[in-house]
Design a protein around this ligand. Structure first.
Ligand code: PEP
Length: 258
């Protein structure tokens, strides 16, 4: 059993509205109260609702963190539509996602742009959840490890050893995101072990032993425990199921028992 604290993030994506983001925040705070000490829990609401969600969680003295789904790497200026790190911090964010597959493959972000965002987040003292993972055709071509290695090495280029304390890696096979298909616990474990070995090569064994590597891709209450039982799986990044209070709470509980 590792001494890494399990991590469960809820990525709300472009879902909810003012009312439903508030009631989801209230529901999650209540339903997850008992596991807050044993699992690091973070929600990633859409940007317009960050302040509201943070203040609801504060009003309940909840330890649940709030993160941004994406941030631009520049400090300020003529970048229409983008959100800066300072703005996210102002809204109470302590974390942010970088390189989510929808940013990479729908919006078209390159590995290099993801790296610029990772460095900006870490330089600004935010915890960065770097998402990596292969597409279906890459898996079928036997390129899973190759893709993960490229996205990991480029994503973490010029990141210092100490900064790795503020990095969580989310392995999210693209074919499993929002599709209902989940990697088998064995396949996910194999990918996670490979990622940990790469972190060892890049940053040494202490960092590799400390870094949380979480799994994302159609995690549900029914499959969470077997995934989280794997030795190199330290929790999950949850999309669809994070919009249902009971499902998210059940997944958080599964992580607390892993
Ligand atoms: C995600 O958005 O990171 C994700 C894993 O989504 P889902 O759980 O819906 O597959």
């Amino acid at each position: 059993m590792s001494n890494r604290k399990p991590y469960v993030g809820g990525n709300w994506k472009m879902n909810t509205n003012s009312d439903s983001s508030s009631s989801l925040a209230r529901g999650v705070a209540e339903a997850c109260e008992s596991v807050q000490g044993s699992v690091e829990l973070v929600v990633f609401p859409p940007a317009p609702y960050l302040i509201g969600v943070r203040s609801i969680l504060n009003s309940r003295s909840s330890a649940i963190g709030v993160g941004a789904q994406d941030l631009y790497f520049e400090g300020d200026g003529a970048f229409t539509g983008e959100i800066s790190l300072a703005m996210a911090s102002d809204c109470g964010c302590t974390q942010a996602l970088a390189g989510h597959s929808e940013r990479r493959h729908v919006i078209g972000e390159s590995d290099e742009l993801v790296n610029a965002k990772v460095k900006a987040m870490l330089d600004g003292d935010l915890t960065c959840v770097l998402c990596i993972g292969e597409k279906l055709e890459e898996r079928e071509a036997g390129k899973t490890n190759e893709v993960n290695e490229r996205q990991l090495r480029t994503g973490l280029a010029d990141v210092g050893q100490r900064q790795m304390d503020n990095v969580v890696i989310a392995y999210e096979p693209v074919w499993a995101i929002g599709t209902g298909k989940t990697a088998s616990p064995e396949d996910a474990q194999e990918a996670h072990a490979h990622i940990r070995a790469l972190i060892n090569e890049m940053f040494g064994d202490d960092v590799a032993a400390r870094t949380r590597i979480i799994y994302g891709g159609s995690v549900k209450p029914s499959n969470a425990a077997t995934l989280f039982d794997q030795p190199d799986i330290d929790g999950g990044l949850i999309g669809g199921a994070s919009l249902q209070v009971e499902d998210f709470a059940a997944i958080a509980k599964a992580a607390s028992g892993a």
